[in-house]
Design a protein around this ligand. Sequence first.
Ligand code: SAM
Length: 296
Amino acid sequence: MKHSVIPVGTEAPDSSALAATAELGLTEFRAIAAIMQEEARIHLVESKVTLVHSRLSRRLREHGLTRFADYVALVRQDPVEREAMVVALTTNHTHFFRENHHFDHLRQAALPLLQGRVRLGRPVRIWSAGCSSGEEVYSIAMCLAGDAQASASWLRNGDVKLLATDIAPHVVEAVSRGHYSASTVEPIPPSYRSRWLRNEGDGHTVVDELRSLVTARVLNLFDAWPMRQKYDVIFCRNVMIYFDDAAKAELEARFVDMLAPGGFLYIGHSERLIGPAAAVMEPVGQTIYVKPGAAQ
Ligand SMILES: C[S@@+](CC[C@H](N)C(=O)[O-])C[C@H]1O[C@@H](n2cnc3c(N)ncnc32)[C@H](O)[C@@H]1O
């Protein structure tokens, strides 16, 4: 498998042009795929060769390399570049209120239960796992807060925390900034937009009251999880599509373990539960599951 060939020209191209047209052979593709599997459990099938080529050409250029074989050798011995490669090969596409039925369910079914916990003085913990640039976790936060100061008062009175994690540091930084372009915020319902965003520079920033609920952290989902408390809600959407079945089953079982009894798990529209999680979790909506047991 050859992705591209170096064009024959009259002038010798500089190294950046060479990197852009470097060939990605099957041997190098497989080496890259093996590293992705080992580092992030991301499963790269051979049809992804064009994507891998285009995402990594810039990395080659930055190192002045003209051959993927040399880049693979670099990645093998340099942990910093290995991390940069993993990040370059993640897909961070997301948007506000993506798969809106999940947010309807959150408002209608989960929210009253979470408010009930706060009334009893109990903590509420929500996790956006594979959060990308934060549109998911802030969509959740807006649903919890409603569209008025009064509807958000339960958040001010309670111990409610939202955790947003991703393997890619640049998107985690974007969550902390909470600043989005005008086109990015378009899917947010106008009543939330006017309440929870303020105009800033050429875009919109999530107000401090909501941002302060969210903690953003870099976390590889296949590493140890530092959280000690159980979670009431976990969103892990459009993340597991990148993993093979063994990795999905392992991760889903860990989510089940991390959920409190009565806790909800939301997964992406094309995903499904497999392995032990499928046997335990009860479906309560389209790609929405509850962990059986009485909430504590
Ligand atoms: C397509 S985005 C999904 C964002 C959001 N959940 C949504 O549905 O809109 C997938 C995210 O998963 C992250 N990701 C992929 N593999 C990961 C891993 N092993 N650990 C943590 N995050 C990972 C990527 O960096 C990316 O930001």
